[in-house]
Design a protein around this ligand. Structure first.
Ligand code: CTP
Length: 429
């Protein structure tokens, strides 16, 4: 009883030949094995939303692992299998990956009060998903290639721009879906359906989140903070009284929200200038979010989140030093470039971006942005062996000389390599 229609034209229009070939050949391999094969989930949803998404999830009616092995052999691909779940990841020679899962009835534990209706395994597989908009499937088997399967009126909800769960116990089964609802709502500019919103409020009243580990809450929060613009999602989390699961005293104050917006501006600025520089966007936002807390509280939150210690140092130590540095800069600017450099070079990109976003002082912001665009690229060409050639005896003095040369270069007093060598000769003399 699914609504079906062909979306072959849409696929040809929006998908690269590369992706199309992967899908077509997956259908052919499934045919050989006598399995049903479907592309499902976010990939299909985003096809309708004109959003690029190359995360292909394929569900197999039959044996997903056997399918993955056969498919991988054909494609000379590597494969990771997870026998327990009947899932596999296929990794093509060029590194591109796709996920394979087995559609199996046994996977779904019916919530107690739902009738045991008979369903095909693909339908059951889709029924146990979070929201209607994620339940679209495209058939890949050759004779039916490109047939869209829509059991749960997903196309209608996509058109109406609404996030709806599939059954009333969805959030009881998996409370993380509440965060996902907000994330999708904001990402697509949709709104959470009335019934669904009511169920979220119920879930919060019932304190379902207390069953949820801090690690899982952190995982969802991090994904929200990785979205293009997390600010409205934070407001939404507040609307549903969810911020208390991060910390009971966390409120989206005007200052927090304006700092969030400032982060977005700074990140846009950064990304335009330094396209290839990678950093953790979520960490910049989370520093802002936890800004109101004293170190002990921040530490406790990070512990409850089961955050890796390599990340904990960012929130529990570096960001406090960042704030101290802002304070120091405000009192001491203007200063020489070399001093700015020495102050800022200890910080990682995330903390510098945080500092730029939260400072209210234009001169301080300029100093940091100047560090980003100019100072941190500055380097001297002379090395220890150059000092040796000039006749300086190796020792701790090398560090001092090279530092002095770098300072001079940062402050614009020397430019070329021969400037540097002259500077060193004078310095030694
Ligand atoms: N899913 C779910 N419940 C969850 C998490 C995921 O039902 N708590 C389902 C969703 O229906 C989704 C699929 O599992 O389609 C894959 O999850 P994920 O990769 O997180 O979803 P995407 O829709 O691809 O999200 P994103 O675009 O953020 O990658």
């Amino acid at each position: 009883n699914a609504r079906t229609r062909s979306i072959l034209r849409l696929m040809k229009e929006r998908l690269s030949d590369y992706i199309m070939e992967i899908l077509v050949s997956a259908g052919q391999v499934a045919d050989q094995l006598g399995f049903g094969a479907y592309a499902v989930g976010g990939f299909v949803r985003d096809l309708f939303l004109y959003r690029v998404n190359e995360d292909i999830d394929i569900v197999i009616e039959g044996n997903g692992i056997e399918f993955a092995k056969t498919y991988a052999r054909l494609k000379k691909a590597r494969i990771h299998t997870y026998e327990k779940f009947g899932t596999a990841v296929v990794i093509f020679p060029d590194g591109f990956k796709i996920d394979i899962a087995t559609a199996r009835m046994e996977y779904y534990r019916f919530p107690a009060d739902l009738p045991n209706v008979e369903m095909s395994s693909i339908k059951l597989d889709l029924f146990r998903r979070d929201f209607t908009i994620n339940t679209l499937a495209v058939q890949l088997n050759a004779v039916k290639f490109g047939i869209l399967i829509d059991f749960f009126a997903a196309q209608k909800d996509l058109k109406e721009k609404v996030i709806r769960i599939l059954h009333n116990l969805s959030f009881v089964e998996d409370p993380t879906r509440i965060f996902r609802a907000i994330r999708f709502e904001q990402r697509f500019g949709f709104s959470i359906g009335k019934l669904t919103a009511g169920l979220i409020k119920n879930a919060v009243k019932m304190d379902l989140f207390n069953k949820l580990s801090g690690r899982r809450i952190f995982n969802e929060l991090r994904q929200i903070l990785e979205e293009a613009d997390p600010t409205p999602a934070v407001q939404r989390m507040h609307d549903f009284d969810l911020l208390k699961y991060i910390h009971p005293e966390l409120k989206p104050s005007a200052k927090l929200l304006s700092n969030f917006q400032a982060v977005k501006k700074v990140l846009d600025w950064h990304d335009l200038l330094f396209l290839d520089e990678e950093y953790l966007q979520w960490a910049v936002y989370l520093m802002v979010m936890l800004r109101q807390f004293k170190p002990d509280t921040t530490r406790a939150i990070c512990e409850r989140f089961e955050m890796a210690s390599r990340y904990q140092v960012i929130f529990c130590e570096e960001r406090y030093r960042g704030d101290q540095c802002l304070f120091w800069l405000r009192r001491n600017l203007p200063i020489e470039n070399s001093k700015i450099y020495r102050e800022l070079s200890e910080f990682r990109v995330e903390v510098l971006l945080y500092m730029m976003a939260v400072t209210r002082n234009e001169a301080v912001r300029k100093a940091i942005s100047n560090y980003f665009t100019q100072l941190r690229q500055v380097a001297i060409s002379i090395r220890g062996k150059d000092l040796q050639r000039i006749g300086v005896k190796p020792g701790p003095v090398y560090r001092e000389i090279l530092d002095a040369a770098l300072n001079a270069k940062l402050n614009g007093r020397i430019k070329t390599r021969s400037d540097e060598l002259n500077f060193v000769r004078n310095y030694v003399a």
